[in-house]
Ligand binder design. Structure first.
Ligand SMILES: *Cc1c(COP(=O)(O)O)cnc(C)c1O
Length: 383
């Protein structure tokens, strides 16, 4: 097995299926690990000497936590964040000891011993979790590392201001707990002109001063672009590494990471009046040439997406409904005979960016990435 097939195998096994060869797959997902590395370097350059973690939750935003972690480690990244303990356990097993793996969603009751045994670092989100971690440390007879998250104004995860005030009033609150970072998360970092950002930053300042003086972390991908005041000691980008634009109102400063190509399963010509696809939501207004591709909502492409595929820069609109395993394209604008069975058309790539595709589907790049299913042939490249 070469590196790529091994990645493939591990990722697909994790997704509950076997690797899919290019010959048998309906669609091909190309993941450029070189672009992920370059995106990491671009973020590092913005951060000057501030440290930069890699966020690998939801299987590295659907692209494979292990191959992404391996690529980032080659750039010197040694701090990772996942969302769930299960993700942390799998990642620890895959990458071994060494890099810090923080678990964003905290410490579920009963999971403390397993978290400690795997050398994972919980993001402590409540006083209850802090107490449980302190007791785990006492039982283990050693200090246990963690991050403390405070809610600076998102009401999602982290200790509320009242909770912070309460714990710091107690003796021995942090006994046995090695606090590596105090962190918080921004609700509107992708809207640089919103006053909510500065309000959260100031509240973060206030809360962290109540806590032991340790390094701080506030920014996700978009937060990095709010300027140095938001950088603190550690940034936590996810989406920007994977090519999602962290500055949605400006040109994308990141390199694209993924491409999606789907195979033509069949072509046909239809006459005026032909009913096209489920529900006959489209009746041909004249003769049309069509291509059906082996790709659909079963692969994570939104059924409601009013969208198009592309071939050599020519837009091929979807016609009729998106099916589970197929989509019908209007290829009338291509010279007859241009496309035949087995040819590939582009869904995401040089003609249609991830963010554009997300916009057409009424969603965000994050959701497109994490929706991509297990049926793709996944091709890892280092361009
Ligand atoms: C998901 C997440 C990140 C990464 O966010 P991106 O917008 O993908 O960069 C950072 N911190 C926390 C707490 C998160 O939940």
């Amino acid at each position: 097995m070469n590196d790529d097939t091994r990645h493939d195998f591990q990722e697909h096994r994790a997704a509950g299926s076997l690797p899919v060869s290019e010959t048998v797959a309906g669609a091909i997902l190309t993941i450029d690990l070189g672009a992920i590395r370059e995106n990491y370097r671009r973020l590092k350059a913005r951060l000057n000497s501030v440290r930069c973690a890699g966020v690998l939750k939801a299987n590295g935003y659907g692209l494979g936590a292990l191959p992404v972690a391996s690529a980032l480690m080659k750039e010197g990244c040694d701090i990772f964040f996942v969302a769930l303990l299960g993700e942390g356990l799998a990642l620890r097993k895959a990458i071994g000891p060494g890099p810090d793996i923080f678990v964003l969603n905290g410490l579920p009751p009963g999971s403390e011993a397993e978290t400690a045994a795997a050398g994972l670092l919980p993001v402590i989100n409540s006083a209850l979790q802090l107490k449980a971690w302190r007791e785990t440390a006492r039982a283990a007879g050693r200090n246990l590392p963690a991050a403390i998250q405070v809610d600076s104004g998102m009401a999602r995860l982290g200790m509320a201001a009242t909770e912070v005030a309460a714990i710091v009033g107690e003796a021995d609150t942090f006994e046995g707990v090695d606090i590596r970072f105090v962190m918080s998360h921004l609700a509107r970092a992708d809207e640089p002109h919103e006053a909510a950002n500065e309000a959260q930053r100031l509240e973060f300042e206030r809360l962290r001063k109540l806590l032991p003086s340790v390094p701080a972390s506030l920014s996700n991908s978009s937060g990095i672009f709010l300027g140095p005041a938001y950088h603190y000691d550690l940034a936590r980008p996810g989406a920007a590494l994977y090519g999602v634009n962290p500055t949605p109102h400006e040109a994308n400063p990141m390199l694209p990471v993924i491409q999606i190509h789907a195979k033509v399963a069949q072509t046909r010509a239809v006459e005026k009046g032909a009913g096209i696809g489920y529900g006959h939501t489209l009746l041909a207004q004249g003769p049309l040439r069509l291509a059906t591709i082996s790709f659909g909502y079963g692969d994570g492409w939104h059924r409601r997406a009013a969208s198009a595929a592309w071939f050599e820069g020519v837009r091929l609109p979807f016609v009729g409904r998106v099916s589970m395993d197929s989509i019908i394209l209007d290829i009338s604008s291509l010279p007859a005979g241009t496309l035949s069975e087995g040819d590939l058309v582009e869904l995401i790539g040089s003609s249609q960016s991830l963010d554009d595709a997300a916009g057409h589907a009424g969603t965000i790049g994050y959701e497109i990435l994490t929706s991509l299913g297990p049926r793709f042939h996944r091709r890892y490249i280092e361009a």
